[in-house]
Design a protein around this ligand. Sequence first.
Ligand SMILES: Nc1ncnc2c1ncn2[C@@H]1O[C@H](COP(=O)(O)OP(=O)(O)OP(=O)(O)O)[C@@H](O)[C@H]1O
Ligand SMILES: [Mg+2]
Length: 312
Amino acid sequence: MSAEPLVTVRDVSVEFAAQNGVVRALDGVSMEVFPGETVAVVGESGCGKTTLARAILGLQPVAGGRIVVEGHEVHGTSRGLAERVGIVWQDPYASLNPKWKVGRSVAEPLRIAKRTGDVGAIFSEVGLDPAFVDRFPHQLSGGQRQRVAIGRALALRPPLVIFDEPTAALDLSIRAQILNLLRDLQEELGCAFLYISHDLTTVRFLADRVAVMYLGRIVEAGPTAEVFENPRHPYTRALMDSAPTLEKLGTLPEPLEGEIPDPTTRFPGCRFAGRCVSASPACAQDPAGTTEGLRVYFCHNPVNVSTSAAVS
Ligand SMILES: Nc1ncnc2c1ncn2[C@@H]1O[C@H](COP(=O)(O)OP(=O)(O)OP(=O)(O)O)[C@@H](O)[C@H]1O
Ligand SMILES: [Mg+2]
């Protein structure tokens, strides 16, 4: 891992006005992405994953904190950022212009950046027949469309590509093909990936490091194998336990017990305490980060550490 992060997110907050108050979609999020690595962001629906992606892309104004990409602070819609950060959204049908031949969609970032590039070669790179450049999105399958979206994101060879649930809309068999493609592309091109997903199996397959989000905060982050094999935060543990196993593959994961609190409600302390099996009075206070090697977690009563040692 290089010493200089490609992306630094420092104490970032994002707020949305809601009918009954303010939703803090991000509440003091800090993370880094280093060149060439894959960092996954996981967490339940509504925890702020897409908001984080949009903030890094300069599409989402922040209420506090700072985001730095390659040494430049991201302010709202930062010019030139699109050349340095590619994005692949969940639904390639919605993200590709239906009236354009797909070759044009892939060529568009090159045209805007006034750069030349071989669109046919990009099609080959993402596993598509170069003859497909003349097709329209509706003439392609879901997997093929997502390959086009990946080609478009890579056209300018950005050092970072963000994927927001890139396989969620695809069939299981196609999912595996796209994941293999992503792994191959990253090996070949050496760019960094920020990979957002619900799907822990794919995260395990792709990511070097993983950040677990709950209600606008990162509750645990660290090397993927460590976090998966030995989660410290009870929420990470619950998420792992609810993940589909090989036998259950193809069925929806069991929802976690308890309700996600109303995101407009501000309360002190750990966001997860109301659903947590290990909650104690200490959880009414915000937990400070505990660092263990390359891992950090925010919990007063971590898993696998005796309670007397954890609570002072
Ligand atoms: N434009 C918006 N206006 C108001 N609230 C928003 C807006 N975008 C997001 N939110 C709220 O911010 C919170 C985080 O949303 P976000 O879309 O980032 O979650 P997510 O983790 O990507 O969820 P999912 O897994 O369902 O995609 C949610 O409570 C959501 O309702
Ligand atoms: Mg999302």
